[in-house]
Design a protein around this ligand. Structure first.
Ligand code: GLN
Length: 533
């Protein structure tokens, strides 16, 4: 079922197998037609995660990277659109030898070929494939069909894990197994028998319900694994191991268990559960409302990056969402920012709430509140500096005001061409680019650079710092701390005489991992803890 935690479950299964010394990779299949997640509204889809090789994909790829501590590449993300695109392209190239190309078996065959390609590239012992959506849905049928065909040709090398939700209706107070029984039956009707059941629920499954599920889902009770709600998602691999999940999986493949090494992971979870202090952080991002709910999913990597950095100081972050539109209406409210030890202005698009964000940045600069700007956050910090320090009152980004007299942030010529031709999908500056970090800057120090000043960070944007204004801004004290050496594009700006004011054109949050927090987030938190506690 969608939203039940399949992504984290997949990532956690990967983690426990990896901790036994196996090479693991994970693929995400999203059954929609979109070629990638890049063209979707964040309200529809949550965060768009960007891979090293520039794919705009589902946020679950971010979970895989964080849990497995390894890069996941483009090949590991499949959508219906992507599969059909390849098949149609092959058909046009006469690659089917003149025969009729059919939905079955040609679409599942292409899915299988893509899975195999990704597994081979990752040189994986285990390839985990997460199929999005819910069993029984029309959209994911062909992917289940691909799975069934893989098992048919390779029965010893394929197993199926069904992640199901067991509700505990508050008026009844009892865990209900019927939805899971139905899910297993629906899977059966697609020709698939689950090998393992993961039961997501508020609590662990008890023995009577395990027995019931075992009978109705046609499974060994030992293959029914509890996946109860947890305080931190990073506990999940440890909980799975308490249920001996990796042993069960290895047994199904007739593989001998190897020693598990989850020492560092256990320490991490221990630090998360026993924090020494709290740190209040504000994110001034776009406020996404959907009916009665506020969706934070769109910034999941930023939130996780803050957590990783805080955990490394044995601190837990208390993250608040700032609605900057409020600051536009009522600037007096800006004072509340003093309650925070650090402020982040993350990435974003469009002009809603922009003036409030610029005011937020100005407040952090003047009141010496540790500040980190990410992508749009860097562009807005540049605008703030140009307006308030350099006297360019109407400085702006051409994304916000295409006619501004002082376009300190502007679209590049090649991007303009793409926009004119309506080439929107997958055409931003995407993926990893080099950045040369200048010595004697906060960033240089944070990254711990010595001889080699080059770092690689991931991008997703169309607009850039306008080099025509570089000299003026530098003269007035803006520090250009990082530049892309190939395109001569400004990547990092800093301000001096401030505990921490760093803004970057890239998205460092995509590189943060629980056991390897990102240096800039770490430095932000460090500065927050130091300056105000
Ligand atoms: N909207 C800005 C651009 O396109 C920033 C994008 C972002 O923050 N990811 O350049």
């Amino acid at each position: 079922m969608s939203g039940v935690g399949k992504g984290v479950a997949t990532a956690s299964i990967g983690k426990i197998l990896q901790s036994r010394g196996f090479r693991v990779t994970a693929l995400k299949i999203d059954p929609y037609i979109n070629i990638d997640a890049g063209t979707m509204n964040p309200l529809e889809h949550g965060e768009v995660f960007v891979t090293y090789d520039g794919d705009e994909c589902d946020q679950d790829i971010g979970n895989y990277e964080r849990f497995l501590n390894q890069n996941i590449y483009k090949n590991n993300y499949l959508t219906t659109g992507r599969v059909y695109e390849t098949v149609i392209h092959k058909e046009r190239n006469l690659e089917y030898d003149g025969r009729c190309v059919e939905v079955v078996p040609d679409i599942p065959n292409e899915v299988i070929s893509k899975i195999k390609k990704a597994a081979k590239k990752a040189k994986a012992d285990f390839t985990l494939i997460e199929i999005g959506g819910t069993v029984g849905e029309y959209q994911n049928m062909l992917f289940l069909e691909a799975g069934r065909m893989m098992k048919l040709t390779n029965p010893k090398n394929v197993i199926f894990i069904l992640v199901s939700y067991a509700p505990i209706p508050s008026k009844i107070g009892e865990m209900k197994t019927k939805p899971t029984q139905w899910a297993a039956k629906t899977l059966n009707s697609a020709g698939i028998q689950p090998d393992i059941l993961l039961i997501r629920a508020a609590y662990a499954v008890d023995e009577p319900r395990k027995r019931k599920l075992s009978i109705f889902c046609n499974m060994n009770p030992d293959d029914i694994i509890s996946a109860p709600d947890v305080e931190s998602i990073y506990e999940i691999p440890l909980n799975f191991e308490k249920e001996k999940l990796s042993n069960r999986i290895l047994k199904k493949f007739s593989m001998r268990p190897r020693k598990t090494n989850l020492k560092n992971w256990k320490k991490l979870v221990n630090d998360i559960k026993n924090p020494k202090r709290k740190i209040k952080i504000a994110i001034a991002g776009k406020y996404f409302r959907s009916g009665k709910f506020t969706l934070m999913d769109s910034y999941i990597s930023v939130i996780e990056a803050i957590k990783h950095a805080a955990y490394s100081f044995k601190a837990v972050p208390k993250i608040d969402w700032i609605d900057t539109e409020e600051y536009e209406k009522n600037p007096k409210k800006l004072k509340e920012l003093k309650n925070y030890k650090a402020v982040i202005v993350p990435g974003g698009f469009g002009s809603r709430g922009i003036e409030g964000k610029i005011k937020t940045i100005e407040f952090c600069r003047k009141n010496k509140i540790p500040f980190l700007g990410l992508c749009y956050g860097m562009q807005l910090a540049t605008i703030e500096f140009a307006r308030n320090i350099c006297g360019l009152k109407n400085a702006n980004s051409t994304e916000i005001n295409p006619k501004t007299k002082n376009p300190v942030i502007d679209i590049m010529a090649d991007q303009k061409e793409k926009m004119k031709n309506k080439k929107y999908g997958g055409t931003m500056r995407l993926g990893a680019y080099a950045c040369e970090v200048m010595p004697e800057t906060k960033s240089y120090q944070a990254y711990g650079l010595k001889k080699d000043p080059i770092i690689f960070e991931r991008h997703r944007h169309r607009y850039e710092f306008n080099n025509k204004y570089r000299e003026l801004l530098e003269k007035k004290g803006l520090k250009i701390a990082g530049v892309n050496p190939d395109l001569n594009l400004v990547e990092i700006i800093e301000i001096e005489n401030h505990p921490f004011f760093v803004a970057v054109q890239f998205h460092p949050e995509f590189l943060s991992r629980p056991l390897h927090p990102h240096p800039l987030f770490k430095e932000l938190i460090k500065s927050g803890l130091k300056n105000h506690s």
